[in-house]
Ligand binder design. Structure first.
Ligand code: SF4
Ligand code: SF4
Length: 304
């Protein structure tokens, strides 16, 4: 099988399983790096946000992994998850947005690995800006809220990227696109409680976005109204009012149930080495272990 045929097989196998995928030559990593650096040099990206999120990526792939010559970007449909907490005799239902659940990562990785290995190629992990990759590759389009929307899946997706030594893919210059639905719509702009989405520029003020604030370790700024919190982590407000997501907004699956003792333990910020194994399993199953240190603040904000 030629590399192009292998890439085609990858994309069709992903589609068959309800996923999406696209293969790009590795040269496009330089374009992504340039885009981010240009935005940063023009002062369009908040310094703290740049340090926290954008310096984490590994763009220098030709040095760290000289064999890599293509990027495989995938999207998997994901529902919201409803997590239950119990406190003082009350039950609280709390949402975790679609992107945090990573159940599909292993399935996709195994699928890609099988196809690549049987054609004498290797699959490697990638630390690249997923949303940017998805929209630059054409697999997704930007919404006015700067969220990536995949055709037929809306923004209820989990994106993932991998590297491979399979030499293939389009090498034409890439252009990000904005959804045509945004032309006559302001629903997300009107709904955003923090005014992170503004009419006079395309890039949202990500440093005002609730997702940036509640994934971060600092206390919430004084200007954040407690009524704005809506998810255990992240924020669903602009996605739930978006007409493109109409088919998906009621797609909520049952998640973990934390009893009174476990809820109290999370609120108290008990460190992982003192969390009982069963509770740690539950946190792991809802992909919240890595956010354990922000959960007390986030959960308290929701329960208030
Ligand atoms: S709510 Fe409207 S403007 Fe915002 S992303 Fe969706 S379609 Fe675009
Ligand atoms: S995720 Fe929430 S805070 Fe961020 S832009 Fe959307 S509505 Fe605004």
């Amino acid at each position: 099988m030629t590399p192009d045929q292998t890439a085609e097989l990858i994309c069709s196998k992903l589609e068959e399983n309800g996923y999406r995928g696209i293969v790009l030559p590795i040269e496009h990593v330089a374009q992504l790096k340039h885009e981010i650096e240009e935005c940063n040099s023009q002062g369009k990206i908040d310094a703290e946000l740049y340090d926290k999120y954008l310096t984490y990526f590994e763009f220098d792939i030709t040095t760290s992994l000289p064999r890599a010559c293509s990027i495989i970007i995938t999207a998997a449909p994901q529902p919201q998850r409803k997590i239950t907490f119990h406190l003082n005799g009350h039950t609280y239902l709390v949402i975790i947005p679609p992107t945090y659940y990573a159940d599909t990562d292993n399935q996709i990785r195994n699928m890609l690995q099988d196809i690549l290995n049987s054609n004498d190629y290797q699959l490697y992990p990638a630390a690249l800006p997923l949303k940017l990759l998805a929209v630059y590759s054409g697999m997704a389009k930007y919404g006015k809220n700067n969220i990536a929307y995949v055709e037929g899946l809306g923004s209820f997706v989990r994106l993932k990227a991998f590297l491979s030594d399979m030499s293939t893919g389009r090498s034409d210059s890439l252009e990000p696109r904005v959804m045509k639905e945004c032309d006559r719509c302001k629903a997300c702009l009107n709904e955003c409680p923090t005014r992170a989405i503004v009419p006079d520029r395309f890039l949202i003020h990500a440093e005002r976005c609730i997702t940036f604030l509640n994934e971060g370790r600092e206390e919430f700024p004084g200007w954040v109204d407690s009524a704005w919190h809506n998810s255990l982590i992240g924020c669903m407000k602009c996605q739930l009012v978006c007409p493109v997501n109409k088919r998906f907004i009621k797609w909520v699956e049952e998640g973990e149930d934390f009893n009174e003792a476990e809820t109290q333990l999370i609120l108290n910020g008990v460190p992982l080495d003192r969390v009982p194994p069963e509770t740690a399993h539950k946190l792991n199953r809802c992909y919240m272990l890595e956010y354990l240190d922000v959960l007390p603040r986030n959960l308290r904000a929701l329960l208030e």
